[in-house]
Design a protein around this ligand. Sequence first.
Ligand SMILES: Cc1cc2nc3c(=O)[nH]c(=O)nc-3n(C[C@H](O)[C@H](O)[C@H](O)COP(=O)(O)O)c2cc1C
Length: 303
Amino acid sequence: MRAGLLRTSLLPGLTLANPVLSASGCYNHGVEGARFGDVKRLGALVTKTVTPRPRAGNPPPRLWETSAGMLNSIGLENPGVERFLAEEMPRALELGPPVILNVGGESLEEFEQVTERVQDCGAVALEVNLSCPNVQGGQLPFATSPAACEEVVGRVRRVSRLPFFVKLSPNTHLVADVARAAASAGADGLTLINTLHGRGIDWRRRRPCLAEGSGGLSGPAIKPVALHFVALVRAAVRLPILGVGGIATAEDVCEFLVAGASAVQVGTAHFLDPLCGVHIVEELEELLVAEGESIDNLSSLEQ
Ligand SMILES: Cc1cc2nc3c(=O)[nH]c(=O)nc-3n(C[C@H](O)[C@H](O)[C@H](O)COP(=O)(O)O)c2cc1C
C-alpha cells in the first residue's frame, strides 16, 4: 500500500483516505459488509436514509433483478431517527471509516427536524436525500423542482452545522437547474445519481414484477446515465460531486473522476460482492501506480 496515494480532499476540513464510499441503502450502514471482511478500507460509509418517524416501506416483492441491474421499491424503510441514533449509528461508527449520514423527510419541517436531531451523532457530513415523496408539494420528490429544492436545502442549511451533500434524482430534465438551486441555497456538495424510474413486467401473470408497479433502476445499466449527469452538473456548478451509479471496478471509478466527481459511491455491486468497495480500493491503488496517475490528476475540480 502506498501511503496517501488515494487521499481525497472532499470538502475543506474533510479529507478521506480514498475516494470509494458505500452508497446509501445498499450496505446496511456497513454492518452487513463487515460480516464478510474488513470494511475499514472504505473511504466512508453512507447510511441508509433515516426519516424523523419510522417507515415500514413498501410491500414485497420490492427487489427485482434485471438483465443489467436491479429494480427496487423499498420505500425508504427505516426505524426512524431516534431508534437509528440509539441502535444503528453506534454500530456504523465502530466500523472505522468516517460516516456520512443520509437523511430524508416528506415535508420541509421533517427535513429540518431530522437534520437538527443528527447534528451531534458523530457523522462527518450529511447526505440529504431529496428523492422522498414530497407530501407538501404533491407526490413529486423535492429533487425534480428547482424551487422546491432551493426551499428545502435552505431550511437544512439554516439548521446544519455539519457540511452536507444534496442527493439528486436523474428523473427530471431539470437536473442542472436543480443542482444550481441546491448550490445557491447553501449545499456543500452534490451526490448523483439516485435510481432511474423503471418497471419490470411479468407478462404471463399480466402484472408488474414489483408490488408497487414501478421502482428505481440501479446497477451497470445506469452507469452511462450517471456519468452524463456528473459531467453535466460539473459544467453547471462548482461544488464537489459524489458520483454514483453502476460502479463495480477501479476503471469505473477513474471514469467518474474524469467526468467530474471528487469521489464515488458503490451501491448495487455490493449485492453481488459485499466487499466490492474494498476490492475496488485495492484495485484502484494498483491501477494508478501502473498508469502513473493520481487522484488529483484525474479529478477535474480545481482545489
Ligand atoms: C436496494 C436499494 C436501496 C436504496 N436505498 C436508498 C436510500 O435509502 N437512500 C438513498 O439516498 N439512496 C438509496 N438507494 C440509491 C443508491 O444509493 C444509489 O444512488 C443507486 O442505487 C445508484 O447506484 P448503484 O447503481 O451503484 O446502485 C438505494 C438503492 C438500492 C438498490
